[in-house]
Design a protein around this ligand. Structure first.
Ligand SMILES: N[C@@H](CCC(=O)N[C@@H](CS)C(=O)NCC(=O)O)C(=O)O
Length: 202
């Protein structure tokens, strides 16, 4: 299998963490793939019509996207149990993943708005709206984190990717001060090899 990823993408990081948590490193080749919403990557477009990473090319020619589908596929291949099979635990894990992906959507869109869009075209109310989603999402994570115990499934993987991305692209956001429990949780999980090996570039 070959995966379109890059070290800066938090959605690709979810997949890269799952590869490692599932011990699938020998079976998934990671291909560093540049993306830009205004300069579509043609090779990637052939694999994913949305021209986004991550995308996973299977050996039989099928391509999977997005990160949610790829992560669950890899978990099913490995039988690692990162996605609960059924019942309340499954819906809770999928909802937590959706919450984290929503925070990431807001953060990645803000990054494009502030780093890629010409200054004269920026819309500060829109940026404020995305910031409110990030803050609300982080508050929800802080409320829920005490219930996670030592679990490290897809929801917690996504949460770690959120916090790592905020540190990487928005260090001024200071998500820790008002959320000490989340801070302590992140300090602990960040020592896992899967997270250390996939940390965004300094
Ligand atoms: N819902 C998607 C989001 C993927 C995504 O937004 N990826 C970004 C990089 S972090 C991307 O490829 N952006 C390129 C673009 O928007 O054209 C997933 O979970 O994989």
């Amino acid at each position: 299998m070959r995966a379109h990823v890059n070290p800066a993408s938090p959605f690709a990081r979810k997949v890269r963490v799952v590869v490692r948590e599932c011990n699938l490193g020998a079976r998934v080749q990671e291909m560093d793939t540049a993306v830009s919403p205004v300069a579509p990557n043609r090779e990637l477009a052939a694999a994913n019509p949305l021209v986004k990473i991550p995308a996973l090319l299977l050996d039989d020619g099928v391509t999977l996207y997005d990160s949610r589908v790829i992560c669950e596929y890899l978990d099913s291949v490995a039988g690692a149990g990162l996605f609960p099979a059924s019942g309340t635990a499954r819906w809770e894990a999928l909802r937590l993943q959706a919450l984290c992906d929503g925070i990431l959507d807001a953060a990645v869109l803000t990054r494009y708005e502030t780093a890629a869009r010409p200054e004269a075209l920026r819309w500060s109310e829109w940026i404020d709206g995305q910031r409110a989603k990030i803050d609300g999402g982080l508050d929800a994570l802080a409320r829920e984190q005490p219930g996670w115990g030592s679990a490290f499934g897809i929801g917690q993987i996504a949460a770690a990717c959120v916090l790592g991305y905020l540190d990487f692209r928005f260090p001024q956001l200071d998500w820790r001060s008002a959320r000490p429990g989340l801070k302590t949780w992140y300090e602990t999980v960040a020592t896992r090899p899967s997270l250390r090996e996939t940390a965004p570039p300094a």
